[in-house]
Structure formats: C-alpha cells, structure tokens
Write a protein that binds this ligand. Structure first.
Ligand SMILES: [Zn+2]
Length: 446
C-alpha cells in the first residue's frame, strides 16, 4: 500500500466504509452489462427518492406537486417527472435542499466560481466524494498511472494558489499523492524552464491539468525543439481542441486521456486508453443528455444538455441537475469492451452558446480555428451583444492580413446575416480566477 492508498484507507476507516472494497467495486463493474448497470442505478435511485421524500423539504414539495409517493418510483424513467434544476434553483432554495439529517452524512462544503462569477456553494457526502475519487483512480489506471506510486506533474490553478503559495493542506495532499505541482498562473518562459528541468530531474512520466495550460507548456517546449517522453497525459475541465492534442502528443510522445468532471453533480465521463469515447461513471450518478428544451433525451450522435442525478448525495441531493455542460450522445459501445455507457464528445458549456439576433444558435467552441493554430498564440470569442461578436487574438509573427480576412469570412459564414464581427489583436488574454481559460464568453443574458 503506498501513501496515497493508505491515506484513502484511513479516511474510509474514519467514516465507516472500506475504500479498498470501493476500488474493487468500481474496477469490477466497468465490465457490467446494461441490465446490471440499470438494476444498480435503479436500486440507488429508489433509496434516494425515499430519502428526499421524507427528509428534504424542497423535494417533499416537488413530489407532492407531481403527485408521486416513494413507492410509485418503479423505473428509472419515472425520474422524468422531476423538473430539471440548475445552480440558480439551488441558490434560491439553499436551505430547502438540505436534508433535515444532513450532518450525519459528514457533508463537505464545496464551491465553484460559476460562469457568472457568483460563487456556487453546495455540500457533498464524504461517501460520495470517496466513491468519486475511486472512479478517478480507475480512470487514471486506464493510462497505466497508479495514484501515489507514480510521480505526476500537476498543472494547477488559482483557486488553491494564493499569494504565491498553496495552503498547508494542499501541500500535504500533494505530498501524499506524489504530485509535482506547476502553478499555471505563472507560466512564463523562465518558470517553464525551471519546471521542465525539475520534470526531467525527477524523471516524471505523467502529467495532468487543463488542456490550455498543458498546451502552453508543450508549445513552449516545441518552440525550443524539445521533446520529452511521457507515459500518459490527463486533461480535464476545458474543451480539448484537436490542434492542442496534436502539439501535446507530439512533444510528450504519448496520447492524452481526456475527462469530463462535474463536482457539483458527482458526475464524470472519461476516455479510456483508446482515447476516443467518454465512459460515464455509473456508480456516482445517473446521466441524461437532453434536448435544449429539456423535454426529450437526444438521439445517439446528437448534441444535448448534460443532466445528472447524484446517486449517493444524501445531505444535499440534486435530482436532475443541469450543471451547464453539453455533450454528444454516445453511438454504440467503445471497442475497448467496457460496459459503461458512453458519450461521443464533450462540447463545452451551454453558456458558451451564442443566441444571435438573427435567430441562429452558434456554438463558439465548434468554429474550426485549427487552421491557424501555428499563427495564433491564443484566442477568445466574445458575444458582446445579440448582434455583435468580437474575436480577440494574440497573433504570432507569421499572422498576415490574409489570415485575418479568411477568419473574418469564417466567422461571418457561421454567424449568418446581420451579425457584426470585429477582430481585435491583443497582447494578453486573462484566465479565470481558477486558472481555466475560457475560449468562448457570452455577455448576453441567456
Ligand atoms: Zn473504451
């Protein structure tokens, strides 16, 4: 048992559950068939529905309103009677979402920045957090990485990094998990040289972080004609563009395993070693991909809104919660043979959709800027007004007038009639406070 596994094991002991069993459980059931997955999720949902009816004021009222008693819940389809909720619903009814007995689930308080910048607070059960962590360990094992045993470079954001320092708790966590952290708020060439020397010196063969920051690091090494063999790279939390994947995979001579994670819904979906489809973690949540009006489940291959129901959060249960993310519904199983249901692709946040004055809905993340990956350092597409889109970009030396007019054509074509497009060359583009980079921002209220 390495120090990461030991920490995990002790944490479980403290709260009365066995994390070794949990790990075995998630590793075994990645090969479950559809029926077994259905039965497992139905059993969890039945328990949860019973709990929310008796102990969660918000849901007691919802169930009264829709005329449902716990014993009426017989099929996962019955979940569709519940309204879809979002961050605002929870903010407006925070106390009503808390179970009367919430303390007994050892709730851990969490918060996210949220797209509007208003912090979003919520509680997760310790059990749920641990099960989610076990599914993370499973995913990392798909890239042959073992938590705690293998050293990993972690490119980390700002929410844990204050005044040039991490908190003592973060330092301890980093030590226990054998992390070498690279703060991404400060990725200057000089710092990247220092970190790269350390990566070589410590013989680190794994890396994880946001696509934009790993890309910045890889692109810098590329400009210095450096390659360095890694065993696996893990990305999450942002759109991973094909041009980023290419540079990162060329420089580090290995493939990227990309993941989608939603901490507020305890949901996750991860690529396997085939680096194609995203396998849904069936243990922690039930996931639906719904049409934009939330009425129907979309067909395989179509894009829709991710809606999740966390299966093990009893302190503050969210039923049919839309975290604001979009995905393409899976078409058939992954050739790797795992039974977990899949998504084809994660396509960004629903707040990234531009609802234009001419009636079109434009997904800013889907505009193919790849062609200019060698000529543009970074870009950001902003919907300023219903009929105004601004592209801010940091040009490289080889960026020409011709490129600009081609990009203008591309944007005009995608936006359609009556939409004004402006291109602004800038020197710098800001990260969010958590260190993520937003390629697309809509300032128009949705
Ligand atoms: Zn697979």
């Amino acid at each position: 048992m390495n120090r990461s596994e030991l920490t995990f094991f002790l944490l479980g002991k403290k709260y009365g559950f066995d994390l070794k069993k949990m790990l075995k459980f998630v590793n075994d059931n990645q090969y479950w068939n559809e029926e077994r997955i259905y039965n497992y999720q139905l059993a969890q949902l039945k328990k949860l529905i019973n709990h929310i009816y008796t102990s969660v004021p918000y849901y007691h009222k919802v169930m009264e309103d829709i005329g449902m008693q716990p014993e009426d819940f017989k099929d996962i389809k019955d979940l569709k009677a519940f309204p879809v909720i979002n961050k605002q619903t929870i903010r407006d009814n925070f106390d009503l979402f808390l179970a009367e007995d919430y303390k007994q689930y050892h709730p851990m308080q969490r918060s996210t920045g949220g797209t509007t910048g208003i912090p979003f607070k919520y509680f997760i059960d310790t059990y749920s957090w641990c099960l989610n962590w076990a599914t993370k360990m499973r995913t990392f094992s798909w890239g042959n990485y073992t938590f705690g045993k293998d050293k990993i470079a972690v490119l980390k954001g700002g929410s844990m990094y204050r005044k040039g320092k991490y908190s003592p708790k973060t330092y301890l966590w980093n030590y226990l998990n054998n992390y070498y952290t690279i703060p991404i708020m400060n990725l200057t060439n000089e710092m990247m040289d220092i970190h790269f020397k350390q990566v070589k010196h410590k013989k680190i063969r794994y890396m994880r972080g946001y696509p934009s920051s790993i890309y910045t690091f890889a692109n810098y090494l590329k400009s210095r004609l450096i390659t360095y063999p890694m065993k696996s790279i893990f990305t999450t939390a942002e759109m991973l563009y094909p041009y980023q994947r290419k540079v990162i995979e060329d420089v580090f001579e290995t493939g990227i395993i990309d993941a989608y994670g939603c901490g507020d819904g305890m949901a996750g979906a991860n690529q396997c070693e085939l680096r194609n489809k995203y396998h849904i973690n069936i243990e922690t949540s039930y996931m639906e991909i719904l049409s934009l009006d939330y009425k129907n489940e979309v067909k395989p291959g179509d894009e829709g809104i991710i809606v999740v129901t966390s299966l093990h959060d009893y302190a503050m249960p969210f039923i049919r919660y839309a975290p604001g993310d979009m995905a393409i519904q899976g078409k058939g199983p992954c050739p790797c043979g795992r039974g977990l249901p899949v998504l084809e692709k994660i396509i960004g946040r629903s707040s990234d959709l531009f609802k234009l004055a001419n009636g079109r809905i434009l997904n800013g993340l889907s505009i193919p800027f790849e062609e200019w990956a060698d000529k543009i350092e970074k870009f950001q597409l902003i919907q300023e007004e219903p009929d105004l889109i601004i592209l801010k970009l940091i040009p490289k030396d080889n960026y020409t007038e011709k490129d600009e007019s081609q990009i203008m054509d591309l944007l005009e074509y995608n936006a359609g009639e009556g939409i004004r497009i402006q291109i602004e060359k800038v020197k710098n583009l800001e990260f969010t406070s958590a260190g993520k980079f937003k390629y697309v921002i809509s300032k128009v209220p949705q």
